[in-house]
Design a protein around this ligand. Sequence first.
Ligand SMILES: *Cc1c(COP(=O)(O)O)cnc(C)c1O
Length: 417
Amino acid sequence: MSQLLSTDPEIAALVAAEEQLQADTLRLIPSENYVSAAVLEATGTVLQNKYSEGYPGKRYYEGQQNIDQVETLAIDRAKALFGVEHANVQPYSGSPANLAVYLAFLKPGDTVLGMALPMGGHLTHGWGVSATGSWFRGVQYGVDRATGRTDLDQVRDLALKERPKVIFCGGTAVPRTIDFPAFAEIAREVGAVLVADIAHIAGLVAGGAHPSPAGHADVISTTTHKTLRGPRGAMLMSTEEHARAIDRAVFPGLQGGPHNHTTAAIAVALKEASGPDFRAYAAQVVGNARALGEQLAARGFDLVSGGTDNHLLLIDLTSKDIPGKVAAKALDRAGIVVNYNSVPYDTRKPFDPSGIRIGTPSLTSRGIPASEMAAVAEWIDRTVLAARAGDEDTVAKVRAEVKELMDAYPAPGLPVG
Ligand SMILES: *Cc1c(COP(=O)(O)O)cnc(C)c1O
Protein backbone atom coordinates (compact mmCIF):
# COMPACT_ATOMS: atom_id res chain seq x y z
CA MET A 1 0.00 0.00 0.00
CA SER A 2 2.78 2.37 -1.00
CA GLN A 3 0.43 5.06 -2.34
CA LEU A 4 -1.53 5.21 0.88
CA LEU A 5 1.69 5.42 2.84
CA SER A 6 2.96 8.42 0.87
CA THR A 7 -0.41 10.25 0.72
CA ASP A 8 -1.54 9.69 4.28
CA PRO A 9 1.04 8.13 6.58
CA GLU A 10 -1.22 8.53 9.61
CA ILE A 11 -4.00 6.38 8.17
CA ALA A 12 -1.48 3.97 6.63
CA ALA A 13 0.11 3.45 10.05
CA LEU A 14 -3.28 2.78 11.64
CA VAL A 15 -4.20 0.28 8.93
CA ALA A 16 -0.87 -1.48 9.44
CA ALA A 17 -1.40 -1.53 13.20
CA GLU A 18 -4.88 -2.99 12.77
CA GLU A 19 -3.48 -5.63 10.46
CA GLN A 20 -0.96 -6.58 13.14
CA LEU A 21 -3.69 -6.66 15.79
CA GLN A 22 -5.85 -8.95 13.66
CA ALA A 23 -2.85 -11.19 13.00
CA ASP A 24 -1.78 -11.45 16.64
CA THR A 25 -5.04 -11.74 18.56
CA LEU A 26 -7.55 -14.52 19.09
CA ARG A 27 -10.66 -12.87 17.68
CA LEU A 28 -13.75 -14.42 19.22
CA ILE A 29 -16.40 -11.85 18.30
CA PRO A 30 -19.01 -14.06 16.59
CA SER A 31 -20.02 -11.43 14.02
CA GLU A 32 -16.45 -10.96 12.80
CA ASN A 33 -14.28 -12.95 10.44
CA TYR A 34 -11.28 -12.81 8.10
CA VAL A 35 -12.19 -12.36 4.44
CA SER A 36 -9.97 -13.87 1.76
CA ALA A 37 -7.40 -11.83 -0.12
CA ALA A 38 -9.66 -12.12 -3.19
CA VAL A 39 -12.59 -10.51 -1.36
CA LEU A 40 -10.30 -7.77 -0.02
CA GLU A 41 -8.97 -7.09 -3.52
CA ALA A 42 -12.48 -6.80 -4.95
CA THR A 43 -13.43 -4.19 -2.34
CA GLY A 44 -10.44 -2.06 -3.35
CA THR A 45 -11.29 -1.77 -7.05
CA VAL A 46 -12.31 1.04 -9.43
CA LEU A 47 -15.86 -0.31 -9.35
CA GLN A 48 -16.26 2.08 -6.45
CA ASN A 49 -15.98 5.01 -8.91
CA LYS A 50 -19.24 4.15 -10.65
CA TYR A 51 -22.82 5.29 -10.00
CA SER A 52 -25.53 2.74 -10.83
CA GLU A 53 -28.90 3.73 -9.36
CA GLY A 54 -31.46 1.16 -10.45
CA TYR A 55 -31.06 -2.53 -11.24
CA PRO A 56 -29.28 -4.46 -14.02
CA GLY A 57 -30.82 -3.45 -17.37
CA LYS A 58 -32.84 -0.65 -15.71
CA ARG A 59 -30.37 2.01 -14.62
CA TYR A 60 -30.61 5.78 -14.31
CA TYR A 61 -26.99 6.27 -15.41
CA GLU A 62 -25.15 5.14 -18.54
CA GLY A 63 -21.89 3.20 -18.73
CA GLN A 64 -23.15 0.07 -16.97
CA GLN A 65 -21.59 -2.44 -19.41
CA ASN A 66 -19.52 -4.06 -16.68
CA ILE A 67 -21.47 -3.15 -13.56
CA ASP A 68 -24.64 -4.86 -14.79
CA GLN A 69 -22.68 -8.07 -15.25
CA VAL A 70 -21.10 -7.80 -11.81
CA GLU A 71 -24.47 -7.34 -10.11
CA THR A 72 -26.12 -10.07 -12.18
CA LEU A 73 -23.36 -12.50 -11.20
CA ALA A 74 -23.87 -11.65 -7.52
CA ILE A 75 -27.64 -12.08 -7.82
CA ASP A 76 -27.41 -15.40 -9.68
CA ARG A 77 -24.87 -16.78 -7.21
CA ALA A 78 -27.01 -15.75 -4.23
CA LYS A 79 -30.07 -17.41 -5.74
CA ALA A 80 -28.19 -20.63 -6.48
CA LEU A 81 -26.39 -20.79 -3.13
CA PHE A 82 -29.43 -20.12 -0.95
CA GLY A 83 -32.03 -21.74 -3.23
CA VAL A 84 -34.24 -18.66 -3.45
CA GLU A 85 -36.34 -17.15 -6.23
CA HIS A 86 -35.17 -13.57 -5.79
CA ALA A 87 -32.12 -11.78 -4.44
CA ASN A 88 -31.34 -8.10 -3.94
CA VAL A 89 -27.64 -7.53 -3.27
CA GLN A 90 -27.77 -3.75 -2.84
CA PRO A 91 -28.52 -3.10 0.87
CA TYR A 92 -25.61 -1.18 2.37
CA SER A 93 -25.59 -3.33 5.51
CA GLY A 94 -27.82 -5.49 7.68
CA SER A 95 -29.64 -2.64 9.42
CA PRO A 96 -30.65 -0.83 6.18
CA ALA A 97 -31.68 -4.22 4.74
CA ASN A 98 -34.07 -4.70 7.64
CA LEU A 99 -35.35 -1.14 7.35
CA ALA A 100 -36.17 -1.89 3.71
CA VAL A 101 -38.30 -4.81 4.94
CA TYR A 102 -40.35 -2.38 7.06
CA LEU A 103 -40.74 -0.05 4.10
CA ALA A 104 -41.89 -2.95 1.92
CA PHE A 105 -44.51 -4.40 4.26
CA LEU A 106 -45.51 -1.94 7.01
CA LYS A 107 -46.83 1.56 7.51
CA PRO A 108 -45.65 3.64 10.48
CA GLY A 109 -47.46 2.46 13.59
CA ASP A 110 -48.02 -1.07 12.28
CA THR A 111 -47.06 -3.98 14.50
CA VAL A 112 -43.88 -6.02 14.15
CA LEU A 113 -43.04 -9.05 16.28
CA GLY A 114 -39.39 -9.76 16.97
CA MET A 115 -37.05 -11.15 19.59
CA ALA A 116 -36.24 -8.73 22.40
CA LEU A 117 -32.70 -7.30 22.25
CA PRO A 118 -31.72 -8.51 25.75
CA MET A 119 -32.97 -11.99 24.85
CA GLY A 120 -30.69 -12.20 21.79
CA GLY A 121 -32.65 -10.28 19.16
CA HIS A 122 -31.34 -7.42 17.03
CA LEU A 123 -32.06 -3.71 17.47
CA THR A 124 -33.78 -3.64 14.08
CA HIS A 125 -36.38 -6.23 15.09
CA GLY A 126 -38.56 -3.52 16.66
CA TRP A 127 -36.51 -2.64 19.75
CA GLY A 128 -37.44 0.73 21.27
CA VAL A 129 -34.24 2.73 20.79
CA SER A 130 -34.17 1.79 17.08
CA ALA A 131 -36.23 3.59 14.42
CA THR A 132 -37.91 0.20 13.92
CA GLY A 133 -39.26 0.36 17.47
CA SER A 134 -40.17 4.04 17.53
CA TRP A 135 -41.79 4.39 14.07
CA PHE A 136 -43.44 0.98 14.31
CA ARG A 137 -45.14 -0.85 17.16
CA GLY A 138 -42.61 -3.42 18.32
CA VAL A 139 -43.85 -6.44 20.25
CA GLN A 140 -41.13 -8.67 21.63
CA TYR A 141 -40.75 -12.33 22.43
CA GLY A 142 -38.04 -13.87 24.57
CA VAL A 143 -36.55 -17.14 25.65
CA ASP A 144 -37.74 -19.53 28.30
CA ARG A 145 -36.06 -18.74 31.62
CA ALA A 146 -35.29 -22.38 32.40
CA THR A 147 -34.09 -23.58 28.98
CA GLY A 148 -32.69 -20.36 27.51
CA ARG A 149 -34.39 -21.31 24.23
CA THR A 150 -36.96 -19.45 22.15
CA ASP A 151 -40.39 -19.99 23.62
CA LEU A 152 -42.47 -20.82 20.51
CA ASP A 153 -45.68 -21.03 22.54
CA GLN A 154 -45.09 -17.44 23.64
CA VAL A 155 -44.37 -16.42 20.04
CA ARG A 156 -47.65 -17.99 18.87
CA ASP A 157 -49.67 -16.46 21.73
CA LEU A 158 -48.22 -13.00 21.04
CA ALA A 159 -48.81 -13.36 17.30
CA LEU A 160 -52.45 -14.34 17.81
CA LYS A 161 -53.02 -11.52 20.29
CA GLU A 162 -51.10 -8.71 18.57
CA ARG A 163 -51.62 -9.63 14.89
CA PRO A 164 -48.24 -8.39 13.59
CA LYS A 165 -47.84 -7.69 9.89
CA VAL A 166 -44.24 -8.89 10.04
CA ILE A 167 -42.55 -11.47 12.25
CA PHE A 168 -38.76 -11.57 12.54
CA CYS A 169 -36.94 -14.74 13.55
CA GLY A 170 -33.22 -15.00 14.08
CA GLY A 171 -30.99 -12.84 16.22
CA THR A 172 -27.59 -11.68 17.22
CA ALA A 173 -26.95 -13.69 20.39
CA VAL A 174 -28.91 -16.88 19.73
CA PRO A 175 -26.77 -19.99 20.31
CA ARG A 176 -29.42 -22.45 19.15
CA THR A 177 -30.94 -23.59 15.85
CA ILE A 178 -33.76 -21.38 14.58
CA ASP A 179 -36.88 -23.45 13.92
CA PHE A 180 -37.92 -21.86 10.61
CA PRO A 181 -40.84 -24.27 9.88
CA ALA A 182 -42.38 -23.54 13.30
CA PHE A 183 -42.09 -19.77 12.77
CA ALA A 184 -43.56 -20.16 9.28
CA GLU A 185 -46.57 -21.98 10.67
CA ILE A 186 -47.21 -19.19 13.19
CA ALA A 187 -46.79 -16.50 10.52
CA ARG A 188 -49.20 -18.30 8.20
CA GLU A 189 -51.76 -18.66 10.98
CA VAL A 190 -51.86 -14.88 11.57
CA GLY A 191 -51.23 -13.78 7.98
CA ALA A 192 -47.87 -12.17 8.75
CA VAL A 193 -44.82 -11.91 6.50
CA LEU A 194 -42.06 -14.06 8.01
CA VAL A 195 -38.59 -12.57 7.81
CA ALA A 196 -35.68 -14.86 8.65
CA ASP A 197 -32.75 -12.66 9.67
CA ILE A 198 -29.78 -14.96 9.14
CA ALA A 199 -27.13 -12.21 9.45
CA HIS A 200 -25.12 -14.30 11.91
CA ILE A 201 -25.64 -17.77 10.49
CA ALA A 202 -25.69 -17.15 6.71
CA GLY A 203 -22.34 -18.92 6.29
CA LEU A 204 -23.59 -21.92 8.24
CA VAL A 205 -26.76 -22.03 6.14
CA ALA A 206 -24.75 -21.74 2.91
CA GLY A 207 -22.33 -24.41 4.11
CA GLY A 208 -25.04 -26.83 5.21
CA ALA A 209 -24.31 -26.50 8.94
CA HIS A 210 -27.66 -24.91 9.86
CA PRO A 211 -31.12 -25.61 8.35
CA SER A 212 -32.10 -23.17 5.62
CA PRO A 213 -35.06 -20.79 5.87
CA ALA A 214 -35.60 -21.10 2.09
CA GLY A 215 -39.07 -22.50 1.44
CA HIS A 216 -40.22 -21.39 4.92
CA ALA A 217 -39.59 -17.65 5.25
CA ASP A 218 -41.14 -15.13 2.85
CA VAL A 219 -38.07 -12.93 3.13
CA ILE A 220 -34.51 -13.76 4.14
CA SER A 221 -32.36 -10.90 5.36
CA THR A 222 -28.65 -11.32 5.81
CA THR A 223 -25.41 -9.47 6.19
CA THR A 224 -22.57 -10.71 4.02
CA HIS A 225 -19.68 -10.05 6.41
CA LYS A 226 -20.26 -12.39 9.35
CA THR A 227 -20.07 -16.19 8.98
CA LEU A 228 -20.61 -15.78 5.22
CA ARG A 229 -17.10 -14.26 5.11
CA GLY A 230 -17.73 -11.58 2.52
CA PRO A 231 -17.40 -7.78 2.50
CA ARG A 232 -19.47 -5.54 4.76
CA GLY A 233 -22.84 -5.55 3.06
CA ALA A 234 -26.19 -7.28 3.00
CA MET A 235 -28.74 -9.07 0.87
CA LEU A 236 -32.50 -9.47 0.88
CA MET A 237 -33.81 -12.67 -0.63
CA SER A 238 -37.43 -13.61 -1.16
CA THR A 239 -40.04 -15.54 -3.04
CA GLU A 240 -41.04 -14.16 -6.44
CA GLU A 241 -44.24 -12.89 -4.82
CA HIS A 242 -42.36 -10.30 -2.77
CA ALA A 243 -39.57 -9.52 -5.25
CA ARG A 244 -41.00 -6.23 -6.49
CA ALA A 245 -41.85 -4.93 -3.03
CA ILE A 246 -38.33 -5.71 -1.79
CA ASP A 247 -36.59 -4.14 -4.79
CA ARG A 248 -38.67 -0.96 -4.66
CA ALA A 249 -38.08 -0.63 -0.93
CA VAL A 250 -34.28 -0.86 -1.31
CA PHE A 251 -34.23 1.50 -4.31
CA PRO A 252 -35.72 4.06 -4.65
CA GLY A 253 -37.41 3.64 -1.26
CA LEU A 254 -34.42 3.76 1.01
CA GLN A 255 -31.13 3.96 -0.85
CA GLY A 256 -29.44 5.69 -3.75
CA GLY A 257 -26.59 4.17 -5.71
CA PRO A 258 -25.38 0.68 -4.85
CA HIS A 259 -21.76 0.19 -3.72
CA ASN A 260 -20.50 -1.66 -6.77
CA HIS A 261 -17.12 -2.59 -5.29
CA THR A 262 -19.01 -4.24 -2.44
CA THR A 263 -21.33 -5.99 -4.90
CA ALA A 264 -18.27 -7.43 -6.66
CA ALA A 265 -16.81 -8.62 -3.38
CA ILE A 266 -20.17 -10.18 -2.43
CA ALA A 267 -20.09 -12.07 -5.75
CA VAL A 268 -16.59 -13.33 -4.95
CA ALA A 269 -17.60 -14.39 -1.44
CA LEU A 270 -20.66 -16.21 -2.81
CA LYS A 271 -18.43 -18.06 -5.27
CA GLU A 272 -16.11 -19.06 -2.43
CA ALA A 273 -19.10 -20.12 -0.32
CA SER A 274 -20.35 -22.49 -3.00
CA GLY A 275 -17.16 -24.56 -2.99
CA PRO A 276 -16.44 -27.74 -0.98
CA ASP A 277 -13.89 -25.99 1.27
CA PHE A 278 -16.63 -23.74 2.56
CA ARG A 279 -18.76 -26.68 3.64
CA ALA A 280 -15.80 -27.96 5.64
CA TYR A 281 -15.32 -24.49 7.15
CA ALA A 282 -19.00 -24.23 8.15
CA ALA A 283 -18.93 -27.67 9.79
CA GLN A 284 -15.70 -26.78 11.58
CA VAL A 285 -17.10 -23.48 12.88
CA VAL A 286 -19.86 -25.45 14.61
CA GLY A 287 -17.50 -28.23 15.73
CA ASN A 288 -15.13 -25.69 17.25
CA ALA A 289 -17.96 -23.86 19.04
CA ARG A 290 -19.28 -27.12 20.46
CA ALA A 291 -15.80 -28.18 21.63
CA LEU A 292 -15.14 -24.77 23.18
CA GLY A 293 -18.53 -24.86 24.90
CA GLU A 294 -17.81 -28.28 26.41
CA GLN A 295 -14.40 -27.16 27.64
CA LEU A 296 -15.81 -23.98 29.18
CA ALA A 297 -18.71 -25.83 30.82
CA ALA A 298 -16.21 -28.28 32.33
CA ARG A 299 -14.48 -25.24 33.88
CA GLY A 300 -17.69 -24.06 35.49
CA PHE A 301 -18.76 -21.49 32.93
CA ASP A 302 -22.53 -21.06 32.70
CA LEU A 303 -23.59 -21.25 29.04
CA VAL A 304 -26.97 -19.75 28.19
CA SER A 305 -29.17 -22.63 26.95
CA GLY A 306 -26.50 -25.05 28.16
CA GLY A 307 -24.43 -25.04 24.98
CA THR A 308 -24.57 -24.24 21.30
CA ASP A 309 -25.79 -25.56 17.94
CA ASN A 310 -24.04 -22.90 15.89
CA HIS A 311 -21.02 -20.60 15.93
CA LEU A 312 -21.60 -18.72 19.17
CA LEU A 313 -21.67 -19.09 22.92
CA LEU A 314 -23.37 -16.74 25.32
CA ILE A 315 -21.82 -16.96 28.77
CA ASP A 316 -23.38 -15.75 32.00
CA LEU A 317 -20.44 -14.81 34.22
CA THR A 318 -22.50 -14.40 37.39
CA SER A 319 -21.24 -17.79 38.63
CA LYS A 320 -17.66 -16.59 38.10
CA ASP A 321 -18.34 -13.49 40.16
CA ILE A 322 -17.11 -11.04 37.52
CA PRO A 323 -19.11 -8.55 35.40
CA GLY A 324 -19.06 -9.08 31.62
CA LYS A 325 -17.31 -5.80 30.91
CA VAL A 326 -14.48 -6.38 33.39
CA ALA A 327 -13.94 -9.86 31.92
CA ALA A 328 -14.07 -8.59 28.32
CA LYS A 329 -11.49 -5.88 29.04
CA ALA A 330 -9.15 -8.32 30.79
CA LEU A 331 -9.50 -10.79 27.90
CA ASP A 332 -8.65 -7.97 25.49
CA ARG A 333 -5.43 -7.34 27.43
CA ALA A 334 -4.73 -11.07 27.08
CA GLY A 335 -5.15 -10.86 23.30
CA ILE A 336 -8.56 -12.55 23.33
CA VAL A 337 -11.14 -10.27 21.75
CA VAL A 338 -14.77 -10.76 22.81
CA ASN A 339 -17.74 -8.51 23.50
CA TYR A 340 -19.62 -8.06 26.74
CA ASN A 341 -23.28 -8.89 26.31
CA SER A 342 -26.57 -8.99 28.17
CA VAL A 343 -27.86 -12.44 29.02
CA PRO A 344 -31.58 -13.31 29.13
CA TYR A 345 -33.23 -11.95 32.31
CA ASP A 346 -30.04 -10.00 33.07
CA THR A 347 -30.23 -8.10 36.34
CA ARG A 348 -27.42 -5.76 35.25
CA LYS A 349 -27.61 -2.83 32.81
CA PRO A 350 -26.96 -3.23 29.02
CA PHE A 351 -23.78 -1.10 29.23
CA ASP A 352 -22.53 -3.18 32.17
CA PRO A 353 -24.12 -6.61 31.71
CA SER A 354 -23.50 -10.05 33.20
CA GLY A 355 -22.23 -11.87 30.16
CA ILE A 356 -19.83 -12.17 27.28
CA ARG A 357 -20.53 -13.47 23.80
CA ILE A 358 -17.92 -15.48 21.94
CA GLY A 359 -17.81 -17.24 18.60
CA THR A 360 -15.59 -19.39 16.43
CA PRO A 361 -15.81 -18.07 12.82
CA SER A 362 -12.53 -16.14 12.87
CA LEU A 363 -10.42 -18.80 14.53
CA THR A 364 -11.89 -21.40 12.17
CA SER A 365 -10.98 -19.26 9.16
CA ARG A 366 -7.39 -19.41 10.46
CA GLY A 367 -7.61 -23.20 10.41
CA ILE A 368 -7.41 -23.65 14.17
CA PRO A 369 -8.78 -27.14 14.97
CA ALA A 370 -11.10 -28.35 17.74
CA SER A 371 -8.13 -29.90 19.55
CA GLU A 372 -6.98 -26.37 20.48
CA MET A 373 -10.27 -25.45 22.18
CA ALA A 374 -9.11 -26.86 25.52
CA ALA A 375 -6.27 -24.32 25.47
CA VAL A 376 -8.63 -21.51 24.50
CA ALA A 377 -11.00 -22.37 27.36
CA GLU A 378 -8.08 -22.57 29.78
CA TRP A 379 -6.86 -19.10 28.69
CA ILE A 380 -10.32 -17.63 29.17
CA ASP A 381 -10.65 -19.24 32.60
CA ARG A 382 -7.16 -18.20 33.71
CA THR A 383 -7.67 -14.63 32.51
CA VAL A 384 -11.02 -14.26 34.26
CA LEU A 385 -9.53 -15.56 37.53
CA ALA A 386 -6.50 -13.28 37.13
CA ALA A 387 -8.72 -10.26 36.43
CA ARG A 388 -10.62 -10.92 39.62
CA ALA A 389 -7.36 -11.12 41.57
CA GLY A 390 -5.77 -8.10 39.83
CA ASP A 391 -2.98 -10.39 38.59
CA GLU A 392 -1.69 -8.67 35.43
CA ASP A 393 1.39 -10.93 35.20
CA THR A 394 -0.86 -13.87 34.43
CA VAL A 395 -2.78 -11.82 31.86
CA ALA A 396 0.55 -11.01 30.17
CA LYS A 397 1.53 -14.69 30.19
CA VAL A 398 -1.73 -15.63 28.47
CA ARG A 399 -1.09 -12.87 25.93
CA ALA A 400 2.24 -14.50 25.00
CA GLU A 401 0.67 -17.96 24.69
CA VAL A 402 -2.11 -16.60 22.49
CA LYS A 403 0.45 -14.95 20.23
CA GLU A 404 2.26 -18.27 19.82
CA LEU A 405 -0.90 -20.05 18.62
CA MET A 406 -1.74 -17.17 16.28
CA ASP A 407 1.74 -17.37 14.75
CA ALA A 408 1.16 -21.08 14.10
CA TYR A 409 -2.11 -20.41 12.24
CA PRO A 410 -1.72 -17.30 10.04
CA ALA A 411 -4.94 -15.49 9.16
CA PRO A 412 -6.24 -15.47 5.57
CA GLY A 413 -5.96 -12.18 3.72
CA LEU A 414 -3.03 -11.02 5.88
CA PRO A 415 -0.66 -9.37 5.44
CA VAL A 416 -2.20 -7.02 2.91
CA GLY A 417 0.41 -6.09 0.28
C1 LIG B 1 -25.42 -7.84 12.54
C2 LIG B 1 -26.88 -7.97 12.45
C3 LIG B 1 -27.67 -7.03 11.78
C4 LIG B 1 -27.15 -5.70 11.32
O1 LIG B 1 -26.11 -5.67 10.51
P1 LIG B 1 -25.20 -4.34 10.35
O2 LIG B 1 -24.45 -4.66 9.12
O3 LIG B 1 -24.39 -4.26 11.60
O4 LIG B 1 -26.12 -3.18 10.19
C5 LIG B 1 -29.01 -7.29 11.63
N1 LIG B 1 -29.57 -8.39 12.15
C6 LIG B 1 -28.85 -9.30 12.83
C7 LIG B 1 -29.53 -10.50 13.38
C8 LIG B 1 -27.49 -9.11 13.02
O5 LIG B 1 -26.80 -10.00 13.73
